[in-house]
Design a protein around this ligand. Structure first.
Ligand SMILES: Cc1cc2nc3c(=O)[nH]c(=O)nc-3n(C[C@H](O)[C@H](O)[C@H](O)COP(=O)(O)OP(=O)(O)OC[C@H]3O[C@@H](n4cnc5c(N)ncnc54)[C@H](O)[C@@H]3O)c2cc1C
Length: 407
């Protein structure tokens, strides 16, 4: 249930919004079709507001949705749903012939255009640099403001009245606008209070950089968690990027970073010891310490990082099967260390799989120990495949996963 409560809350908000619009008393009589049209407009506004709440990447959202990867999926579908209901709202307006074109009506059209443009960008975003994608997304604030102005000016329902509908929409839109202001103006200032300095940089082959950071104050985190990192060095983007904490405790933390795009390439090539950094609070639910006495760990590529600090910084006494799949020897960061670790600790069995030569991980000969907790981290398609394999073969198996993308 914990993993679904965010989705359930969003559904509840949508249902309450629809019921309030469908049952409210209009200032003047309207047809049923017009009521449906206005309800769809209200749902579009509610959806946009919720999108901003989810985009704010706050701790309550992360905790409530059990991870930003989940809240981002809901965010994406809310945005698509909002665009859909607003489009039908506009079409119904044409069918009903509700009023003439004027500036306030056009503001509603602008909101719809921005939401659809934002949706199109999101679908295209896989090829767009992440920073640019984030900026384009912020135009959605304009969509919410113009859509709200349009609704408050033209709605047949007195939205400014102290009625259930008026209060509900007022609160929803206010929360959406506050979240938007927070995302655009305050997120980077408020959220990055853990400051520190890079005290060591190790290049692990051509594609991996390991940063050791000494923080000004100790960071309290659980092994398996991640934080957003900002790096303040000329020539490097200072936008926050999420990375799992791959080692360290207290004032010292390490991040093991694979080259995946512009920022991580520049970091690999240019980052220097002495550079100042800032971290967000830690996030994530890969809680191995409370994962029970038997665990199956599945790591794909750089998805090995959340597992590392638990092994590095702990006396591990649980029985753990770790399957670590990576392309080839060059891509298997920490593979040698893990093999040596397994020699020292009989509780941890390490299976290294180079998929370029051995193919993908195959669990058909593997029997999941009774009551074992499965932890997974790696590419989203890989996790989706193993999640459905294990839930089908072992109904009721406990699976916790961390995706390395929020889209
Ligand atoms: C929870 C989590 C933990 C992660 N841990 C690690 C780790 O330990 N080691 C590691 O090498 N990588 C990790 N990543 C991935 C890492 O954040 C991206 O590879 C990195 O941000 C890429 O930035 P770029 O500019 O080099 O590449 P880009 O080309 O900009 O991005 C490549 C992909 O990385 C993702 N990404 C980029 N920027 C962000 C951002 N600000 N927020 C969310 N996703 C982004 C996007 O899916 C994008 O498609 C993690 C990601 C997440 C979500």
């Amino acid at each position: 249930m914990k993993q679904h409560r965010g989705v359930v809350s969003v559904v509840v908000v949508v249902v309450i919004t629809a019921v309030l619009w469908l049952t409210a008393t209009p200032a003047n009589p309207i047809t049923n079709l017009d009521r449906i049209r206005q309800t769809l407009g209200g749902l579009g506004l509610a959806g946009m507001s919720l999108c901003f709440v989810l985009a704010a990447k706050t701790r309550p959202v992360e905790a409530w949705f059990y991870g930003f990867d989940r809240s981002f999926v809901v965010h994406k579908w809310l945005a698509i749903g909002s665009a859909g209901v607003l489009a039908v709202h506009v079409v119904l307006r044409e069918i009903i012939g509700a009023g003439s074109e004027n500036l306030v009506v056009s503001l509603g059209g602008l909101a719809l255009f921005l939401v659809i443009a934002g949706g199109a960008v999101t679908l295209y975003a896989k090829r767009l640099p992440y920073e640019r994608w984030r900026w384009i997304h912020r135009l959605m604030g304009l969509a919410l403001i113009s859509g709200a102005y349009h609704a408050y000016s033209l709605s047949a329902f007195p939205l400014l009245a102290l009625s259930p509908l008026g209060i509900w929409m007022g609160v929803l839109i206010a929360v959406g606008l506050v979240s938007f202001v927070y995302v655009v103006f305050f997120y980077r200032g408020v959220n990055f209070r853990h400051t520190g300095t890079i005290t060591d940089v190790a290049k692990l082959g051509n594609d991996f950089t390991e940063l050791t950071i000494t923080l000004d104050e100790p960071l309290r985190y659980s092994h398996g968690q991640y934080a957003f990192l900002r790096v303040f060095q000329d020539g490097l983007e200072d936008a926050p990027h999420p990375f799992s904490i791959s080692g360290g405790d207290g004032k010292m933390v390490t991040f093991t970073i694979k080259v995946s795009g512009d920022f991580t390439r520049d970091l690999h090539d240019k980052v220097q010891v002495g550079t100042k950094v800032a971290l967000s609070p830690p996030f994530g639910h890969m809680d191995f310490a409370h994962g029970g006495p038997r665990q199956l760990w599945i790591a794909g590529g750089i998805g090995i990082t959340p597992f590392l600090p638990y092994l590095k910084e702990n006396e591990v006494t649980q029985d753990i099967d770790l399957f670590y799949s990576f392309r080839d020897k060059d891509a298997g960061v920490y593979a040698d260390w893990l093999a040596a670790y397994a020699e020292r600790n009989p509780h941890v069995a390490v299976h290294l799989v180079e998929f370029a030569t051995s193919g993908n991980l195959d669990f058909s000969d593997y029997t999941l120990p009774e009551g074992a907790h499965i932890f997974m981290c790696g590419p989203l398609p890989m996790m989706k495949a193993y999640r459905s394999y294990f839930t089908e073969k072992y109904p009721g198996a406990t699976i916790t996963s961390e995706g390395f993308a929020f889209r």
